[in-house]
Every structure is written in structure tokens, then in C-alpha cells.
Design a protein around this ligand. Structure first.
Ligand code: NDP
Length: 301
């Protein structure tokens, strides 16, 4: 079997185009323009790239983008003050504080100071609780993107056995809640899990969110399973192969896995592009909720 590629890049283009259409309708019919504020503390190069990309795509779909670049030594009080200001700014529907934050800042405190209705990352403790109890919430972008891809390939997910490798608060746990809500039977594996390979072979849906390059091999995968690779790992390569001296690989050994899986996401070009598309989807959802309008079709969990 050769797996069907789940092309997250094209899917994200399609989602962004749907968002752009709905943003235009909002603007033309109601004079409302959704806005997303992104806060970046410090100069971490990877974070700078993400923030630039988020800002560019926000503008491309017709929303307002507000960027706040703060010195890495900013005080917690000043950062909380900015968030308070954005919480009460009518033009801002979504607020995102790029993680990780420098050590002197308390990330939990910062995230929980964002108005939950504007918490487009879905990390606020209220949204975590709402999602865990199956209620309407803001859903973390990466798991939301994975869910959209799964639904689009499989349709109804009910009754599927899903194994998620990784129990982080930003990927593994919310992914589990979403799949439970869609009536999958869910198991979360982590670094202490016994017989992980055998467990993974029981999965109709296998989500790898570990951060270990190419850990999941073909013999971990059930014939025909859907494999979603969340991992983003930088591995060194011979400069003759890549002038950068590194390449990005996932948590799944793509070359071997694609001959066993039924569907598989590549890295890059799978989950990554869907994450930003879902951030924009969440901003639109937040805007619709704020204005008492119907939620955008197919863009929420
Ligand atoms: P974390 O480091 O927070 O969590 C990793 C999880 O993997 C932990 O639960 C850990 O277990 C588990 N784990 C580590 N080693 C093993 C092992 N040998 N066997 C089984 N489980 C193991 O990572 P994140 O969830 O934040 O991210 C995971 C990956 O996804 C990373 O590569 C990250 O870069 C990527 N990512 C990609 C995004 C995208 O947009 N595509 C967005 C977010 C993340 P334990 O809890 O026991 O330590």
C-alpha cells in the first residue's frame, strides 16, 4: 500500500480562502473587520519567523494585524498592562502571546490574563476546562488543524481507535479531548508508556506529537491507518544535501511509514500550515461570537 498524502499546505490555502470570503462578507454586510494582536517578547529567531508569518497571513485574509514586539527584559507588569489594554480594545478579537516566554515571566499568569473569549490559542484555563468538558471553547490551533484533516479524509470518526503519542497541554491533551468528542476511543502514550509499538499498531488514527525525529517506524503502524505527524525536528545534514546544513523532519519515519499507512501527513507541509490557518479561523470565530453572529461553517470543532 502507498499512503495517500494529506496535503496540509493545500488544505490550509483552501481554509484561508474560505476565511477571506467570510471576512469580506462581514466587512461588506456589517462593517466589521476582525483583528488579531500578536505579542512577541524577545528576539528568538524561530518565534520571529512564526510571528512574521502569522501577521502576513492575517492581512492576506483581510483581517487587521497588530504586532507588539517587546524587549526580552520587559517586566511582567508591563506585559500584563498591554494584555489588559488589548482585552478592552474593541478592534481586537484575538490575542496571542508567542511562547516560549523568557524565564522571568510566568507563562501561566500571562496566558490566563488574556480574556478567554479572545484567547485564540485556546490555552487559557477556562478554555482548557470547557474543551475537557465537551463545551464550546476556543480550541488550540494545532489539534484543531489535525481534526480538520482527519474529518476531511475520514468523514465520521466515531468508533475509531486513536492513539496519541505525547501528553502536552498544547497538543496531546487537547487532541485527545477533540477525538473523544468525535466519539473515538482514545489512548494517550508518553515517555513512560509500556509496549508503545504494540499500542500504536492498534490505532486506526495515530497522532505523533513527541519531538523525536522519525521515532515512529513502519512496524508501529497498522496497515491502512491514518498517521498525523505533528513533530517539527531540525536534524543536521551534509551541507551538500542542504546548504543550510539541516533539514526539518517529523516524529514519523515518513519514507518507511508511507508504505504502511493509508493516509499520512508530510513534514514539512502537513500539520504546520494548518496551525496558522486555524489561528485565523479562531480569530474569525471569536469575532462572530463577540458580535452575536453565527459561527463560521466548518472552521470550529
Ligand atoms: P512536549 O515536549 O511538550 O511533549 C512531548 C511529549 O512526548 C511528552 O508528553 C513526552 O512524554 C512524550 N515523549 C517524549 N519522548 C517520548 C518517547 N520516547 N516515547 C513516547 N513519548 C515520548 O512537546 P509538544 O507537544 O509541545 O510538541 C511535540 C512536537 O510537535 C514537537 O516536535 C513540536 O515542535 C511539534 N509541534 C508542532 C506544531 C505544529 O504546528 N506543527 C505545534 C506544536 C508543536 P512525557 O510527558 O512523559 O515527558
Amino acid at each position: 500500500m502507498v499512503a495517500k498524502l494529506i496535503d496540509g499546505k493545500s488544505f490550509a490555502v483552501q481554509i484561508r480562502s474560505e476565511i477571506a470570503t467570510q471576512v469580506k462578507v462581514l466587512l461588506d454586510s456589517k462593517g466589521i473587520k476582525p483583528g488579531l494582536a500578536v505579542i512577541l517578547v524577545g528576539e528568538d529567531p524561530a518565534s520571529q519567523v512564526y510571528v512574521r508569518s502569522k501577521g502576513k497571513q492575517t492581512i492576506e485574509v483581510g483581517m487587521s494585524s497588530y504586532e507588539y514586539k517587546l524587549d526580552r527584559h520587559v517586566s511582567e507588569g508591563d506585559l500584563l498592562g498591554l494584555i489588559e489594554k488589548l482585552n478592552s480594545d474593541e478592534k481586537v478579537n484575538g490575542i496571542l502571546c508567542q511562547l516560549p516566554l523568557p524565564d522571568h515571566l510566568n507563562s501561566d499568569l500571562v496566558i490566563n490574563s488574556i480574556n478567554p473569549e479572545k484567547d485564540v490559542d485556546g490555552f487559557h484555563i477556562s478554555n482548557v476546562g470547557l474543551l475537557a468538558t465537551g463545551q464550546k471553547s476556543m480550541v488550540p490551533c494545532t489539534p484543531l488543524g489535525c481534526l480538520m484533516m482527519l474529518r476531511s479524509e475520514l468523514g465520521d470518526l466515531s468508533g475509531k481507535n486513536a492513539v496519541i503519542i505525547g501528553r502536552s497541554n498544547i497538543v496531546g491533551k487537547p487532541m485527545a479531548h477533540l477525538l473523544i468528542k468525535d466519539s473515538c476511543t482514545v489512548t494517550i502514550a508518553h515517555s513512560r508508556t509500556k509496549n508503545i509499538e504494540e499500542l500504536c499498531r492498534s490505532a486506526d488514527i495515530l497522532v505523533a506529537a513527541v519531538g523525536r525525529p522519525e521515532m515512529v517506524k513502519a512496524n508501529w503502524i497498522k496497515e491502512g491507518a491514518v498517521v498525523i505527524d505533528v513533530g517539527i525536528n531540525r536534524v543536521e545534514v551534509d551541507p551538500e544535501i542542504s546548504s543550510k546544513g539541516y533539514k526539518i523532519v517529523g516524529d514519523v519515519d515518513f519514507e518507511s511509514a508511507k508504505s504502511k499507512a493509508g493516509f499520512i501527513t508530510p513534514v514539512p507541509g502537513g500539520v504546520g500550515p494548518m496551525t496558522i490557518a486555524c489561528l485565523l479561523a479562531n480569530t474569525l470565530t471569536a469575532c462572530c461570537r463577540k458580535n452575536g453572529l453565527p459561527e463560521p461553517d466548518g472552521l470550529t470543532a
